[in-house]
Design a protein around this ligand. Structure first.
Ligand SMILES: [Zn+2]
Length: 116
């Protein structure tokens, strides 16, 4: 399409032109701080949730830290309403979790502030 030529998809981190179905380039994806928690019994997300309500499994896809790429990704979804970002985050989540054998008690699309 002509729009793809005039306005190509760009990496949200380094601004390189990338495939239209991805969010970041192959170099920048290495900078995303994935938690690799899966459903590990001892992770700090479960520990924090357990203080608030009973939970068996807890999962966080990325570590949300000030000035990191994970924060930028969440802000693309939250403040720029880029639906594609939500689909990509969902794809990354389903790649990491085995929904056939273990069902999560709760899924949250974006990190919540501790006051919520
Ligand atoms: Zn990049």
């Amino acid at each position: 399409m002509i729009l793809d030529i005039l306005f190509p998809n760009r990496c949200i981190h380094c601004n390189r032109i990338i495939d239209g179905n991805v969010l970041v380039c192959n170099l920048c994806i290495e900078h995303i701080h994935f938690t690799h928690f899966d459903y590990h019994k001892n992770n700090f997300i479960k520990e924090k949730c357990t203080l608030l309500f009973p939970v068996e499994n807890a999962f966080a896809l990325m570590q949300f830290e000030k000035e990191n790429l994970s924060r930028k990704i969440v802000h693309e979804l939250k403040y720029k309403s880029r639906e594609k970002v939500g689909k990509i985050i969902a794809d990354w989540t389903t790649e990491r979790l085995d929904f056939k054998n273990e069902k999560p008690d709760l899924l949250v699309s974006v990190p919540l502030h501790q006051k919520n």
